[in-house]
Design a binder for this molecule. Structure first.
Ligand SMILES: [Zn+2]
Length: 67
């Protein structure tokens, strides 16, 4: 028991993937990163039978609201 328990949390891995709920009737989503600082070229993703898609640029996850 030294009492020395310094905890170093790396600050560069704190980014959480953002989850975007979309209407269940939507078949494709558009993503541009959301804002200028984190932005990326506009891309479109088709659900293509799935209930969620993930943006390859910003890791946002689009989930169909199936309620
Ligand atoms: Zn994106």
């Amino acid at each position: 028991m030294s009492g020395d328990f310094s905890v170093a949390l790396p600050s560069h891995i704190t980014a959480q993937p953002e989850i975007i709920m979309v209407d269940r009737d939507v078949n494709s989503v558009k993503c541009n990163g959301g804002n200028l600082a984190m932005g990326h070229p506009v891309v479109y993703y088709s659900f293509d039978g799935r209930d969620q898609v993930k943006c390859l640029y910003c890791d946002r996850i689009f989930i169909k609201d199936m309620r």
